[in-house]
Design a protein around this ligand. Structure first.
Ligand code: ARG
Length: 588
């Protein structure tokens, strides 16, 4: 199904042509004066120069052609040369009907679907998830769902940081506590126990401690680096410990991501490309891409046109150790081999922008990717506290993700309890569902690149531009539909009738923006477009709801048509929140 603005522009183009002007001038946009008109066209202004005519004269000529248009009910030429437009209810009725009938509400599927890999999550093994990992998870999950819905093949990869010093630190602390473990005995050549030498609970406590010790004590830090080198180079006992730590950590990470409704297709990590590194290094050396600089192996990536300093991309440190760059480049190599994606999108904190610029340039220069492979960095801003600084716990520490989710849940529970009677268990479950909407919508309604303030009070409010407001609207629709059925109404076989009021027409106009919005959201990888759309839609619905008798409507056909409109609104809203990564309860 064609997008509404395209249909309107087509009709307008015909009118320009019939009046003797170029059809391309007939581009129609949403009105920026909704008090005056629904849509507008500024083509007469643009044509004035070319046709050496006053814009108002052109607008008048065009308006005359639209006298019996089936699409526009009103086209008024107003000074200095705008065309103010209202569309016909019949045309709208037709669009709404098609939207309800076709799959995906009539969204057109791409002729050439793309294969897109999204690298998001980025949690680090051994460290508990903290609020810094909230944004990439939420944003990446939504972009994945949006692109998939838009008809592309999408693969989400968590790309765990599972090859770094935090693991060395945990090993070092473990050695302090249990030096007798066979892993540390170099002469031991028996099998290692099946059971992990560390429990989940121990784990949560051990890393912060080890990390603090390493900061305070250079000798301890040196040992942690040595332990890191040992597991990386494959020293048997250390590699075995590394494996336990990764496995235990993954259980915890999975639970956290599950609680956020975030699902990865691939649970790969930096370690997965370990075996590829020697091959990649040799390739870069043999082809003259990499050279030694101050002992390290680097690839120059600066370009003539640079206006800022882009340092060389380091492939190996002077001691031969690999680094963040090395694993990212080898991962690109692996992804091209295994999946050959058209696009790879990285979602991390925007402070990694320069880093990714270096990595992308290096990957292009060394031909790890095809010339047409798109490498895209989507940097997100930080989530701040009310002081405008990155969000912290009350005592200034790093906030664990679990605690943040927990606090939001508690606040939501309190608000739900305040609002209505509900059995305890149901209230808890509902609070969980609604809290997720509060967190996610609070995040996603901002442009990803911007910082925002985490305001628990505002985010959990049932009013305003919030997740709970959207859910509240959905629940309201569901409850009307339930009542309608209780009164013997059937949800099948209903027919849409022409809008009977302004507010009904406005609701329909909000609905039919769906495929325009979806196309833009998928092209721009912009979940905030989905948020803006459902906020408008929810507002249009609530306005309509307050102005309209629905269940009390006496004319059966009319009542059926209103119910059909409710169902379509509910379906569109529920689809959209699913794209944002949350869902609605039955009651709240
Ligand atoms: N683990 C990294 C961090 O915590 C994020 C990983 C992002 N993805 C990537 N391919 N580098 O900063």
């Amino acid at each position: 199904m064609k997008r509404i603005l395209d249909l309107l522009s087509e009709e307008m183009g015909k009118a320009f042509e019939a009046a003797g002007y170029e059809a391309s001038l007939g581009r129609v946009t949403l009105s920026n004066r909704p008090d005056l008109c629904e849509y507008q066209c500024n083509g007469a202004m643009a044509g004035a120069k070319k046709y050496r005519k006053a814009p108002l004269m052109i607008a008048n000529d065009v308006a005359l052609q639209l006298g019996d248009s089936p699409v526009f009910k009103e086209a008024a030429a107003v000074a200095p040369g705008f065309l103010n437009l209202r569309i016909s209810e019949d045309f709208l009725l037709n669009m709404v009907g098609t939207m309800a009938e076709e799959g995906k509400f009539g969204l057109e599927m791409p002729e050439m679907p793309k294969k897109i890999m999204i690298d998001y999550g980025g949690a680090n093994v051994a460290k508990p998830l903290h609020v810094g990992h909230l944004r990439p998870a939420i944003i990446g999950e939504s972009i994945k769902r949006i692109c998939r819905y838009a008809g592309h093949e999408v693969i989400g990869d968590v790309h765990l940081g599972d090859w770094g010093t935090p693991i060395g630190m945990v090993i070092t602390e473990l050695q302090e506590r249990k030096p007798e473990l066979p892993y540390f005995d170099e002469n031991y050549d028996g099998a290692y126990p099946d059971e992990a030498p560390i429990t989940e609970a121990e784990f949560a406590e051990i890393y912060p401690l080890a990390s603090a010790k390493a900061k305070a004590d250079p000798e301890y830090r040196a040992r942690a680096l040595e332990a890191t080198r040992k597991f990386q180079t494959g020293v048997r006992g250390y590699r075995a410990l590394w494996k336990y730590i990764v496995d235990v950590s993954k259980v915890d990470l999975k639970r956290n991501y599950d609680s956020l409704n975030v699902e990865f297709d691939l649970w790969k990590g930096e370690s997965d490309v370990n075996d590829l590194i020697p091959e990649m290094v040799a390739y870069m050396k043999d082809n003259g891409y990499a050279h030694i600089s101050e002992g390290a192996l680097v690839v120059d990536v600066k370009e003539e046109t640079d206006t800022r300093e882009i340092p060389p991309c380091m492939i190996l440190k002077s001691d031969g150790a690999s680094l963040y760059n090395t694993t990212d480049l080898a991962t690109i190599m692996e992804r091209m081999r295994l999946y050959d994606p058209d696009e790879i999108i990285y979602i991390t904190d925007k402070r990694q922008e320069l880093y990714f610029e270096q990595v992308f340039r290096c990957a292009r220069k060394t031909k790890l990717v095809k010339p047409e492979t798109v490498l895209k960095f989507l940097g997100h801003g930080t989530m701040n506290g009310s002081d405008g600084k990155p969000f912290k716990t009350r005592d200034g520490g790093v906030m664990r993700l679990e605690s943040l989710v927990g606090e939001t849940r508690d606040e939501m529970y309190r608000k739900i309890r305040e609002g209505r009677e509900m059995p305890e268990e149901e209230a808890r479950k509902t609070a969980e569902t609604v809290a997720l909407s509060a967190l996610k919508y609070g995040d996603l309604s901002n442009q990803a690149a911007k910082d925002y303030v985490f305001d628990i009070d505002r985010f959990t409010s049932f009013e305003g531009d919030t997740g709970p407001y959207i859910l509240y609207t959905i629940v309201r629709i569901k409850s009307i539909l339930n009542k309608y059925q209780e009164q013997g109404g059937k949800l099948e076989g209903l027919t849409f009738l022409k809008a009977g009021s302004e507010s009904e027409k406005e609701l329909e106009m909000a609905l039919v923006q769906f495929n325009t919005m979806m196309t833009n959201a998928a092209e721009e990888k912009a979940p905030h477009r989905v948020c803006a759309y459902i906020y408008d839609l929810a507002n249009a619905f609530n306005h309509f709801y307050h102005e309209t008798k629905i269940l009390a409507e006496e004319d059966e056909a009319r009542r059926g048509s209103l119910i059909a409109l409710l169902m379509l609104t509910r379906d569109v809203l529920e689809t959209c929140i699913d794209l944002l990564g949350f869902s609605a309860p039955e009651k709240m």
